[in-house]
Unconditional design. Structure first.
Ligand SMILES: NC(=O)c1ccc[n+]([C@@H]2O[C@H](COP(=O)([O-])OP(=O)(O)OC[C@H]3O[C@@H](n4cnc5c(N)ncnc54)[C@H](O)[C@@H]3O)[C@@H](O)[C@H]2O)c1
Length: 357
C-alpha cells in the first residue's frame, strides 16, 4: 500500500539544502506544475508529492537544534536559494562525529559532539524513517559506516550519496541483504555533472572505434564541499576516475580527474574543464575540450528525488542489498558499472518489476 516516503538526512549541507528546497518548491510553491529536472514523474505509485523529511543529523552547532527549514540556510551552506521554506517540524539532532570533519576544518565548522549510535537509531525509529541519505563530507568513511549500521538497526533503506565505500564495502552490502533492506551508492552522480558528461564522451569515442590517448578533468568551486576536498580528495578522485575509465574497457590511457581549487567567490557554482585527446584512422588526432558550469548542489537534487522514490519502491518489495540498476544509473562508483543509456534501461525495468534489483 502506498504511504508517504519518510526521509532522514545525515549531514544538513548544501546537497540537503537543494533537495529540501526542490521538494518544497513542487509541494508548495509550484504544486500544479509538472516538475522539471527529474527523470521519472512517477516511480511506481510515488511522485515528488509523497516525499516527507522526518529526521536530520549534523555536527555543526550552527545547524543543531534548528528546524531543518532554517538549518539548510545556515552557514557555511551557500547553495543557490530558489525558495524560502516554511518550518518543517523537524529539529536537526546532533550526529556522530567520528571522522566527519577534516582536522584542518574543525575550527571553521564548529563541530559539537555528539550522539551515540543508539541515539541515532532511536531517532530514526521514532521518526519512522524509510530512507536515510548520507550527505557527509568526503573522507568520512568511519562515520558513514556507523550511519549505515544505524540504518540497518532502524530498518531503513540507506543511500550513500558520498564517496565512502559502503555499497562497495566487502561486508556492509551483505548486512543489508540479510536484513532485507535496500542499499544504494556510492557517490551520487549529478544530473548533468562533469562525471556523466565525461563518461558519455569517452563511451562514445570507445564504441566509435577511436583510440583514446589521454584525458583530464579539473574542477573548481566555492562550496564547503570543495573546501573539504582540498584536504580530503582521495576517495572522490578514485570514484570519478574509475567511473570514466570503466566506459572504455579494454583501452588503457592515463586519466587525471580531480578537484583542484576552492575559490570562495564562485559560491555554489562548479566549473569543470575537460580535455580528451584521441586518434582516429592512421592515428590522425581528435581533440575534445569541454567547459561545464553548474550549480553543484542543485545538480544532484533532481536525481535524488528519483533515488528516494526508487529506494522506497525497493523497500516495499523487500529488496535487500545493493539495488544494482539504481546504483549504476545514479552513482559514480556502483558495484556494477554500465554506460548511462544501459543503466537507465535497467532502472526502468526495475521500476516496472521486470528486474529484481
Ligand atoms: N553535487 C554535489 O554537490 C555532490 C555530488 C556528488 C556527491 N556529493 C557529495 O555529497 C556530500 C555532501 O555534499 P554537500 O555539498 O552537501 O557537503 P557539505 O559540506 O555542504 O555538507 C556536509 C554536512 O555534513 C555535516 N557533517 C559532517 N560530519 C558529520 C557527521 N559525522 N554527522 C552528521 N553530519 C556531519 C557538515 O556539518 C555539513 O553540514 C559530499 O561528500 C559530496 O562530495 C556532492
Amino acid at each position: 500500500m502506498k504511504t508517504n516516503i519518510n526521509v532522514a538526512i545525515i549531514g544538513v549541507g548544501n546537497c540537503a539544502s537543494a533537495l529540501v528546497q526542490g521538494v518544497y518548491y513542487y509541494q508548495k510553491v509550484a504544486r500544479d506544475q509538472r516538475p522539471v529536472g527529474i527523470v521519472f514523474e512517477r516511480v511506481g505509485p510515488y511522485t515528488i508529492q509523497d516525499i516527507r523529511f522526518v529526521a536530520a543529523f549534523d555536527v555543526d552547532k550552527r545547524k543543531i537544534g534548528k528546524d531543518l527549514a532554517e538549518a539548510i540556510f545556515s552557514p557555511p551552506n551557500n547553495a543557490y536559494k530558489v525558495t524560502e521554506v516554511e518550518p518543517l517540524g523537524v529539529t536537526v539532532k546532533p550526529g556522530i562525529l567520528l571522522d566527519g570533519v577534516a582536522d584542518q576544518l574543525k575550527n571553521t565548522f564548529i563541530p559539537v559532539a555528539e550522539s551515540t549510535l543508539e541515539d541515532v537509531v532511536r531517532e530514526l525509529n521514532s521518526a519512522n524513517a524509510h530512507v536515510a541519505i548520507n550527505f557527509l563530507p568526503t573522507g568520512a568513511q568511519r562515520a558513514s559506516e556507523t550511519y549505515a549500521e544505524a540504518a540497518i538497526k532502524a530498518g531503513c533503506a540507506f543511500v550513500n550519496a558520498m564517496p565512502a565505500m559502503i555499497a562497495n564495502h566487502p561486508e556492509i552490502p551483505k548486512r543489508f541483504e540479510e536484513s532485507k533492506l535496500p542499499l544504494a551508492g556510492d557517490d551520487i552522480q549529478n544530473q548533468v555533472g562533469a562525471t556523466v558528461l565525461h563518461k558519455a564522451i569517452i563511451h562514445l569515442l570507445h564504441i566509435r572505434g577511436v583510440k583514446i590517448i589521454d584525458t583530464y578533468q579539473i574542477n573548481i568551486g566555492g562550496t564547503p564541499d570543495f573546501l573539504n576536498l582540498m584536504y580530503r580528495k582521495e576517495q572522490k578522485e578514485k570514484t570519478k576516475t574509475e567511473a570514466v575509465l570503466k566506459m572504455a574497457e579494454g583501452q588503457e590511457f592515463p586519466a587525471y580527474i580531480a578537484p583542484v581549487a576552492y575559490i570562495p567567490f564562485l559560491g555554489s557554482k562548479k566549473i569543470a574543464h575537460m580535455l580528451i585527446e584521441a586518434q582516429g584512422l592512421a592515428g590522425v588526432p581528435i581533440r575534445i575540450r569541454v567547459d561545464l558550469e553548474v550549480y553543484d548542489p542543485w545538480n544532484n537534487a533532481g536525481i535524488m528525488v528519483d533515488v528516494i522514490r526508487i529506494m522506497k519502491l525497493a523497500l516495499d518489495r523487500g529488496v535487500g542489498g545493493p539495488v544494482y540498476s539504481l546504483c549504476a544509473w545514479a552513482f559514480k562508483n556502483p558495484p556494477i558499472h554500465a554506460p548511462p543509456e544501459i543503466a537507465r534501461k535497467w532502472v526502468e525495468e526495475f521500476i516496472e518489476g521486470k528486474r529484481d534489483r
